[in-house]
Ligand binder design. Structure first.
Ligand code: C2E
Ligand code: MG
Ligand code: MG
Ligand code: MG
Length: 289
């Protein structure tokens, strides 16, 4: 009995490994085509200024609706791309699509908005990210200061010396750099002083179960104080409730992102939100003029 159960467990395990491998194999095959014929899309999530809840920038987030496997989680897409030599192509597609979309918003008068694009780890080592970014800016016509590159903490700190030169080259192009998912990896604020980041994105694990007196709050306050001294602007990720919003705003955090403000949505929808806020601001300016 025990033996047969053992074998069943093994078979189930084996089967699920096979399914995983099969899914991986199929997705690897389909990725190339998906990039070519628009099965891949970008969703856009507003990031707001916490003082007035106005949308000031937008993060581009990868979406892939696969015929068989449904919505593929973005980190899976990135892993698949990296393990099959398609990381460069994927990242170029994301950069191009996001910058083009931002140019489309600009043509409707929304010229203030910045776009934030996630850059996958492999970019640091395997090919010239600086050249890719600079080419995309030239091709699309987007001013460099409207582009923000989000780089995850893990990536950056794995090879500090290696990535430092890269980051400095990117910074020299005039794009902004944001350290993504801060607090989940190993970077310290002292390492941050070496890196040319302008923004820090505090991971959503920090905001979960946050209360005014929790230890998390003390850590957050310390991060905010140090960031201010270092000249870094801070974005809090994963704000879902009014209470979380007020805590972070009152603690002096500049920017926020989360379901409370908006989920990641289609480009047209986010365009409407930006223009609504831009309109509001020009109304205020007119009023005080
Ligand atoms: P991230 O860059 O930290 O992006 C934020 C993630 O948090 C997104 O998940 C977003 O949908 C989710 N999120 C936003 N607000 C809330 C909230 O209030 N509550 C909760 N629970 N979640 C919220 P998503 O789109 O599934 O992306 C996951 C990760 O995949 C991203 O984390 C990023 O690391 C990676 N990723 C997404 N798009 C791309 C891409 O185009 N290129 C690369 N290289 N990585 C990407
Ligand atoms: Mg991000
Ligand atoms: Mg993040
Ligand atoms: Mg994340």
């Amino acid at each position: 009995q025990a033996k047969s159960r053992g074998r069943n467990t093994y078979q189930m395990f084996h089967q699920s490994m096979n399914d995983k491998a099969e899914r991986f194999r199929i997705l690897t095959n389909d990725l190339h085509q998906a990039l070519a014929d628009n099965q891949m899309t970008l969703a856009y999530q507003p990031i707001v200024c916490l003082q007035d809840r106005r949308v000031i920038l937008v993060e581009a987030l990868l979406r892939w609706q696969h015929d068989v496997y449904g919505a593929i989680p973005p980190p899976d897409i990135v892993t698949i791309a990296e393990n099959s030599g398609q990381a460069e192509r994927l990242n170029e597609w994301v950069l191009q699509t996001a910058c083009r979309q931002t140019m489309a918003w600009r043509r409707t008068g929304l010229t203030e908005i910045q776009i934030s694009v996630n850059i996958s780890p492999a970019m640091h080592t395997r090919y010239n990210l600086e050249t890719m970014v600079s080419n995309v800016l030239v091709q699309t016509g987007l001013p460099a200061n409207k582009l923000i590159l989000e780089i995850t903490e893990d990536t950056t700190m794995q090879a500090v010396e290696n990535s430092l030169q890269r980051l400095q080259n990117l910074h020299a192009l005039g794009v902004e750099l944001a350290l993504d998912d801060f607090g989940t990896g190993y970077s310290s604020l002292s390492q941050l002083t070496l890196m040319p980041f302008q923004k820090l994105k505090i991971d959503k694990v920090f905001i979960q179960q946050l209360t005014p007196t929790s230890k998390k709050m003390s850590v957050l306050k310390a991060i905010l104080t140090l960031s201010q001294d270092l000249g870094l602007k801070v974005v809090t990720e994963g704000i879902e409730t009014e209470a979380q919003y007020e805590l972070m705003r009152d603690a002096g955090c500049q920017y926020g992102q989360g379901y409370l403000f908006s989920k990641p949505v289609e480009a047209t929808e986010v365009g409407k939100m930006i223009s609504r806020d831009a309109q509001q601001r020009s109304d205020i300016n007119t009023f005080y003029r």
